[in-house]
Ligand binder design. Structure first.
Ligand SMILES: [Zn+2]
Length: 207
């Protein structure tokens, strides 16, 4: 039965995943993964079966063995020990990692996955609610940062890209002069608790 299925058979007329149809074919754990993938569109090309791990996208047993036997974690990534050895609760580490990988379900990300048609920020009407916008640039986030940010750290704080921003601040050895706490701990607490918590409390997010 599966052999004859095309992507179009699993989509609705309006171009979204057909959940009832998927539910007839796959367990919920698989559907969750499928839902996280952007729906294909007619501009993506013909519907065909491809193998992602070879240059020509044709299946080769050697490539399958390589994928299964190799570690998917890159231990050389500098951010890895910065986040996972950070002295904060595990849920905060996990949140930092998800944010760093840009996996937070912002409206921009929901649109990219065709789960929504509105990518804008509902708090300030910015056209794109990206991870960096939520955590740093939205007006309420910016206001919070400016309240806590020591003057000596304001340089480049609002101009770094997301990954450099998280990496630089978590690696900081600066001690906050007013509260005598490390800036990196304060930074982690603010982005994982205050900013996301505020969006949940105000109903903007329902994580
Ligand atoms: Zn905003």
């Amino acid at each position: 039965m599966y052999r004859d299925l095309s992507f179009v058979d699993l989509m609705t007329d309006v171009g979204t995943w057909d959940i009832p149809r998927l539910s007839m074919l796959f367990p919920e754990s698989i559907i969750t993964h499928i839902m996280a993938i952007k729906c294909p569109s007619s501009t993506d090309g013909n519907d065909m079966c491809m193998w992602r791990w070879t240059p020509k996208h044709t299946f080769e047993l050697q490539s399958a063995y390589f994928v299964l036997s190799s570690s998917r974690w890159s231990q050389k990534r500098a951010i890895w020990p910065v986040i996972w050895k950070f002295n904060v609760p595990q849920r905060v580490r996990l949140f930092l990692w998800i944010a760093y990988e840009q996996r937070l379900m912002t409206n921009d990300e929901r649109c990219r996955r065709t789960l929504s048609s509105n990518p804008s920020c509902l708090a300030c009407s910015n056209p794109h609610e990206t991870v960096l916008h939520v955590l740093r640039d939205c007006h309420c986030s910016r206001h919070l940062w400016l309240h806590f940010l020591p003057a000596s750290l304001t340089h480049s704080f609002f101009s770094l890209n997301l990954q450099n921003w998280i990496s630089c601040n978590l690696s900081s050895t600066f001690l906050h002069p007013q509260w005598n706490v490390s800036w990196c701990s304060l930074f982690a607490s603010i982005i994982s608790c205050s900013l996301v918590g505020a969006r949940m409390v105000t109903g903007l997010w329902d994580l």
